[in-house]
Design a protein around this ligand. Sequence first.
Ligand code: LLP
Length: 418
Amino acid sequence: MHHFKYRNNRLYCESVDIETIAEEVGTPFYLYSYKTLIDHYRKIRDAFKGLKPIICFSMKSNSNLSVCRALVKQGAGLDIVSGGELFKAQKIKADPRKIVYASVGKTALEIDKALRAGILFFNVESVPELIMIEKLCARLKKRAKVAIRVNPGVRADTHKYITTGTKENKFGIDENTAASIFRQREKFSHLDIVGIHIHIGSQITQREPFIKALKKASVLIRALRAQGVKIDYLNIGGGLGIIYHKERPQTAKEFAKAVVPLLKKLDVKLILEPGRFISGNSGILVTRVLYVKRSPSKNFMIVDAGMNDLMRPSLYSAYHDILPIRRSRATRRKFDVVGPICESGDFLAKERILSQSDEGDYLAAMGAGAYGFSMSSNYNARPRVAEVMVINGSYYITRNRESYEDLIRGEKIPKVLR
Ligand code: LLP
């Protein structure tokens, strides 16, 4: 469900005509629907409300300050993965007691900053990291809470780059090592090792892998409790799949119905880290057709957005629906929708049946609110695009399009080269 719908054959974001925004802001740009964003946050919050979880929005999916601020204002916490995300979280005055921090490679500086900020806990991914946090706590004379990220050895049926819970993945700690950390917790005199974290991957449409992982976590929690270990928190990660094309993912309600009974029995404080579920269908990428090129074997719509703006199709062969901002009855043909970048992997869509567009027409790549702008780059020296949000009938530029000057900010030419 989202609020990008046609009215009289023109695509609207809520009650705002997208073409009007495109004419005023220029293209390409990401466009977010506040209502869609909040609706999705509420869907997951309401589905789990009996357990009063902390819903930590996964900033890596979309760290636009306005997106995150909107969610934080609704009561969301944040799942962060870097000092940069912590910095952004602090900028929007997120409550640090609702911030959890996962990453296999937290640097000493990043840990230091998170300790000073007073985050809820670290999701620890290795023994050396645990030792590092203990050392830094001792130096700062602080205590820290940690959860151990357990790699449950569960394969989620998703793209191989975004499955994270199998034994070959770099994430988390195996169950036996995790158990021995808990047993030796006295060694870490500055740490309260109070939780278990699992996150098995992303864009998971079925419930079985989640249940499998959760059952493994439950077995571990029970075994540890039987040995006198206190476990207060269970962080079940993110990963809920959404509809890009023909997926039939479970709804938040269905997901909750399947896992809440298991969770209730555990009597833990629950943390969730959804990213895509909240932001994915809340955003689109609006682009303009530059040229329509027909070759003997293929038809191309060459648009002004490229793989540097939306990387998912190139990187994961991900499907994003392509919709015209103005629907017409023009002849439908098979097109590749490609960007201006000098790589054959630069496409937004391949072999799609679309009605013929003309130069200057606008198109939207749908479902681009998660891992869209956040994975964009300046490749080919292309300024990163603007981000815009529609809120209650008005649109706001929440991030300016980068300028050429932005492209060289921080660069220096050594004297010897001048
Ligand atoms: N928690 C942890 C520890 C994570 O690593 C992730 C995502 C999430 C939560 C949020 O997962 P979500 O609810 O959004 O599925 N760039 C890829 C997705 C990478 C996901 C990385 N980790 C894509 O565009 O599909």
